[in-house]
Design a protein around this ligand. Sequence first.
Ligand code: UDP
Length: 245
Amino acid sequence: MREKVEIVGVNIDNVTMEDCKGLLKDFLMGDRLSIIATPNSEMLYNAVKDRELEQLLNSSQLVIPDGIGVVIASRFYKAPLKERVAGIDLMAKIAELAYEQEKSIFMLGASQEVIELAADKLRERYPGLKIAGIRNGYFGTEDETEIISEVNAAGADILFVGLGSPKQEQFMHRHRESLNAKVAIGVGGSFDVIAGKLTRAPEIMQKLGLEWLHRLFKQPSRIGRMMKLPKFIILAFYDSKARSK
Ligand code: UDP
């Protein structure tokens, strides 16, 4: 059994990137879709108020701690998380594994320009990587059946879903039964980063757990969304106290 840490009601897998690599290999050999959720502080804060999101996260096959806030919050509980596993880093690992094992990837999400650029960048980084297909993330619910048929017809083994939260979690779970892929991961705004439209923080900032500060600097309009980070930490603190009683 994998060790999990329950933070404000969501079970987060206490895994390292190395553990994830092993799990991915198992998922790719599995007989049904495994969903990987990548919650950060904002998503966990939202899940406290949104019971559907909480349930979608808890029914995912792997739930990684995407943000440093999640790792900090885990220290209030009895078993702290070992490390932050950034969704974008796991996505790169999956691409690497897909390349090695000749598995194909379908990329769904972001604007048409971004998704095309992101696919080009991945092909550049892993020449020969099989991109089964791409599709932008601006569609209506009525188009979803057609999208699933497109992903299945393309024979995709892996699906990257970058629609933002909770849209991406809802999409992956809604179609779990009809998707033939073996792995689906919610990647948020990672396509924008891969396409070069957004930059990641310098490595030193990432190591110091300050990636959020870089993001705030680059996208000051996110201040409202980012205020959920300290609110989440406070919420987790009280939640951990209540649970230890
Ligand atoms: N997006 C999309 N369809 C939508 C809404 C958003 O494809 O209907 C994309 C958007 O273009 C961006 C990503 O979803 O690439 C959302 O990024 P956000 O910054 O919200 O995610 P985070 O990185 O914070 O998880």
